[in-house]
Design a protein around this ligand. Structure first.
Ligand SMILES: NC(=O)C1=CN([C@@H]2O[C@H](COP(=O)(O)OP(=O)(O)OC[C@H]3O[C@@H](n4cnc5c(N)ncnc54)[C@H](O)[C@@H]3O)[C@@H](O)[C@H]2O)C=CC1
Ligand SMILES: O=C(O)C(=O)[C@H](O)COP(=O)(O)O
Length: 385
């Protein structure tokens, strides 16, 4: 069996080596020629999968080790009887940790003593949005939710809680976590356009970590030239990978679509597709992502009651993930013409440094308050009291 796979999928040999022969190809340029003889195709978000790629091939199973599926023509796959699996939720926690770190840095920049004084509006309350909301609510933030598709489901457990987009856009922070949809009843393509951006002011932070095209980035760039523009943290861009250098200079925090790039998130993406392929082939599911995760470089930190409590949380969170490092790397790398910028963007992602989630860090707290301990647990750290 021939498995053609995006070379950026981690642990291909460990998970799939005993299922078939693996041929690695660059995802961005994967062609019909590359996949013609494949039985199984494994991609990430940069490969468009549909008739153009697969017509004439013998592929029977397509897996994407990502949450997003906007690059996959699922109707076409279904028509052709080709099995498909995405990796729902695989890197949701990684995105949630990205949002927490961004919030922490934003509060610091605003001179806030207590970051939980920020109200946070979450647009798109699925696997990612729910995780962000859960952590923030338990930390004591005032959280507002917007999810029209869910609000129309009378059986939804949060049905009473959902607010309109215009209401949620009044929060101190607005964090976007919807999929990219064009034909859906509540399509998200350019959901945040000039009208929505005009309503945001300089005291507000807009975070975009779903898909770039959810914001009209031309309108965003124009808004950022005007007085009273919001502060913006962009992880996803329109377009990718040849992002607009002008927009890069105008946003506060810029990262190259890596919110979900914790090692845990990426490896779980591989694991979920491995499970689906094994079930499709009638093979036992024996491997687990945990068995392949190495011991983290930093695995233990200790705080005593003498340390400022807020500072302890700050140090621990930013030592796991500090988005300013990605921001600096991105600003240094993105230059030149569109082709050079596209290559630089993809290289930042291909060569992304190992980033571990908070759950990989054992935190020892001595003589600290119960509320600090709860905050550490909520964020996801393993506690040793
Ligand atoms: N930046 C990154 O690295 C990553 C980005 N993503 C993106 O985040 C998206 C969301 O991921 P999940 O939460 O796991 O997906 P999900 O499918 O679990 O949840 C998406 C939620 O958005 C809601 N939604 C749809 N249209 C909406 C609209 N017009 N307004 C408000 N809500 C709407 C849906 O009802 C659903 O509850 C993915 O589709 C993917 O594109 C996912 C992982 C990593
Ligand atoms: O899971 C998703 O959806 C994402 O956005 C991924 O984190 C994107 O990663 P790549 O597939 O582009 O490597």
């Amino acid at each position: 069996m021939l498995i053609v796979a995006d070379e950026n999928i981690p642990l291909l040999d460990s998970f799939f080596g005993d299922i078939g022969e693996i041929r690695r190809v660059p995802g961005r340029t994967m062609s019909a020629e590359d996949v013609r003889d494949a039985d199984v195709l494994l991609v990430r978000s940069v490969t468009r999968v549909g008739a153009e790629l697969l017509e004439g091939s013998r592929v029977r199973f397509v897996g994407t080790s990502t949450i997003g599926t906007d690059h996959i023509d699922q109707d076409w796959l279904k028509d052709r009887g080709i099995a498909f699996s995405a990796a729902p939720g695989c890197n949701a926690n990684s995105v949630a940790e990205y949002v927490l770190s961004v919030l922490l840095l934003h509060a610091e920049r605003q001179g806030l003593d207590d970051w939980t004084n920020l109200s946070v509006g979450i647009v798109g309350v699925g696997n990612v949005g729910k995780k962000v909301a859960h952590k923030l609510e338990r930390l004591g933030f005032d959280v507002h939710l917007c999810d029209p598709p869910r609000s129309e489901d009378p059986g939804d457990q949060d049905a009473e809680r959902f607010e309109s987009l215009s209401d949620v856009l009044k929060c101190d922070v607005v964090s976007l976590h919807t999929p990219l949809t064009r034909d859906a009843r509540h399509a998200t393509w350019h959901m945040i356009g000039s009208a929505e951006l005009a309503g945001l002011n300089a005291s507000q932070l807009l975070i975009s970590a779903g898909r770039g095209e959810v914001i009209d980035c031309t309108a965003l760039s124009e808004r950022l030239d005007q007085a009273g523009a919001p502060v913006v943290a962009l992880d996803v861009w329109e377009p990718e990978p040849a992002i607009e250098p002008e927009l890069l200079t105008k946003v506060w925090l810029a990262t190259p679509h890596i919110a979900g790039y914790s090692l845990e998130g990426k490896v779980q993406g591989t694991e979920i597709v491995y499970q689906a392929l094994s079930r499709f082939l009638g093979l036992p599911v024996r491997k687990k992502s945990g068995q392949f995760l190495p011991e983290p470089a930093l695995n233990k930190v200790s705080f005593t009651s003498s340390a400022d409590e807020g500072d302890a949380l700050r140090v621990a969170l930013l030592s796991c993930y500090d988005p300013r490092r990605d921001d600096a790397r991105m600003r240094a790398a993105i230059k030149g013409n569109a082709k050079e910028r596209a290559e630089a963007f993809d290289l930042l992602r291909r060569d992304y440094p190992v980033r571990r989630e908070c759950s990989s860090l054992k935190v020892q707290l001595k003589g600290t308050s119960k509320s600090l301990q709860d905050s550490f647990r909520t964020i996801g750290f393993k506690l040793k009291i």
